[in-house]
Design a protein around this ligand. Structure first.
Ligand SMILES: NC(=O)c1ccc[n+]([C@@H]2O[C@H](COP(=O)([O-])OP(=O)(O)OC[C@H]3O[C@@H](n4cnc5c(N)ncnc54)[C@H](OP(=O)(O)O)[C@@H]3O)[C@@H](O)[C@H]2O)c1
Length: 358
């Protein structure tokens, strides 16, 4: 199978994906029968390139690394913006990794509608379109017969959504809990292990580049709430927006709070939780919680993340991802592409009709 792919976004994740596509080319061909041709790359400020004969990923990586524009690799009519790029791009699968607005998922949500409406497969690492448009985009993808996959939007390359959706057939997931935000977990770990004040822990996170200058997305719990809404919607069948998640971040946590937890044999963690009630409804919350030190959730240090499923059959199933980053995120996107090539998005993959035989 030949896939014509394009990369919308060529930053840390997009370039890590490009490196992975180069490194895994032979594996994709020999083990999965997939030959990838990159026919388009689009950025915010480094230009756009389309070439239906194929773009050299090495040349594209070098171009952006030298802070030059990709237009030198472009063949065809001039492209003014991302809208032009999407209208012209001959890809049948687009990898999207651009920044998103935490308040409405734009502009990625609009791009996602455009891509899927044109019957092009979409793989995204971006939380925005999933948190704000999962049901709509899923229905659109099904109508057009294409895949809409977003494994990397929660816990990067760990196959958390795949396990929840496909690895637990005929079970009911009653609770999902976890620690999904690396920045706040790193800060809480530093407060606990190095006896830091909140501001000192924030400065430490900023100094190693994991916290933004404006850290509110992380410390006020928005990033965690967005990821919790995604898990609740995708795995538990809920229909929550990030604002529906009962949310409290770690901004008010003090060194004294952390010290008294330590004295009581507990650890403070920003816990994300979605729970199914008796009537089947699902609610979600994010809050700093005092977790007994022996619990696997308390053992999560630094930028490591964890998810814990409780189901009606398996009482507790836990996945831990160590050392997440652009490379692991890129891996989640690569796995999504392979799953689309396998036809995992097609109705017959997940549901057989009663008259069918196997
Ligand atoms: N970094 C991670 O480990 C990680 C993990 C999980 C999920 N994610 C998600 O992945 C996405 C990308 O993260 P990143 O770290 O790669 O960000 P990044 O380094 O800032 O890269 C963003 C890329 O998107 C481009 N871009 C911005 N607006 C665009 C537009 N309107 N049209 C086309 N391209 C546009 C930027 O172009 P210019 O630079 O030329 O302006 C850049 O190439 C985000 O949604 C993030 O939440 C990242």
């Amino acid at each position: 199978m030949q896939l014509r792919v394009a990369l919308l976004g060529f930053g840390h994740v997009g370039r890590a994906l490009a490196e992975l596509l180069l490194a895994k080319g032979a594996t994709l061909r020999d083990q999965h029968g997939i030959i990838v041709r990159v026919v388009g790359i689009s950025t915010g400020s480094h230009g756009h390139a389309i070439d239906s004969d194929g773009i050299s990923l090495r040349a594209a990586i070098d171009t952006v690394r030298h802070n030059m524009r990709l237009d030198s690799l472009h063949r065809g009519r001039q492209l003014a913006n991302t809208g032009d790029f999407l209208a012209e791009c001959p890809a049948n699968l687009i990898f999207e990794s651009i920044p998103t607005s935490p308040s409405n998922g734009e502009p990625a949500l609009t791009y996602a509608r455009h891509i899927l409406s044109g019957a092009t497969h979409l793989v995204t690492a971006n939380k925005g379109p999933v948190a704000f448009g999962f049901h709509e985009l899923n229905a659109l993808a099904a109508e057009k017969g294409v895949g809409f996959f977003f494994e990397s939007s929660v816990m990067d390359g760990a196959p958390v959504l795949a396990v929840g959706r496909e690895g637990l057939p005929a079970t009911q997931v009653n609770r999902v809990q976890g620690i999904f935000n690396s920045t706040t977990n790193y800060m809480l770990t530093r407060m606990e292990e190095d006896d830091l004040e909140f501001d000192e822990a924030l400065a430490a996170a900023q100094s190693i580049g994991i916290a933004e200058t404006d850290p509110s997305l992380d410390v006020d719990g928005w990033d965690s709430a967005i990821k919790t809404a995604i898990l609740a919607n995708v795995i538990m069948g809920a229909d929550l927006r990030p604002a529906d998640v009962d949310r409290r971040g770690i901004r008010d946590v003090t060194r004294e709070d952390v010290r008294s937890d330590r004295a009581a044999g507990k650890k403070l963690r920003l816990l994300c939780e979605a729970i199914r009630a008796e009537d089947g409804s699902v609610t979600a919350r994010v809050a700093p919680r005092h977790i007994p030190a022996a619990d696997p959730l308390a053992g999560i240090r630094g930028t490591t993340s964890i998810v814990d499923f409780e189901t009606d059959v398996l009482s507790r199933l836990t996945i831990v991802e160590h050392d997440p980053g652009p490379k692991t995120t890129a891996y989640g996107m690569l796995a999504d592409m392979i799953n689309i090539a396998r036809g995992r998005h097609l109705p017959g993959y997940s549901r057989l009709e009663p008259h069918q035989t196997v």
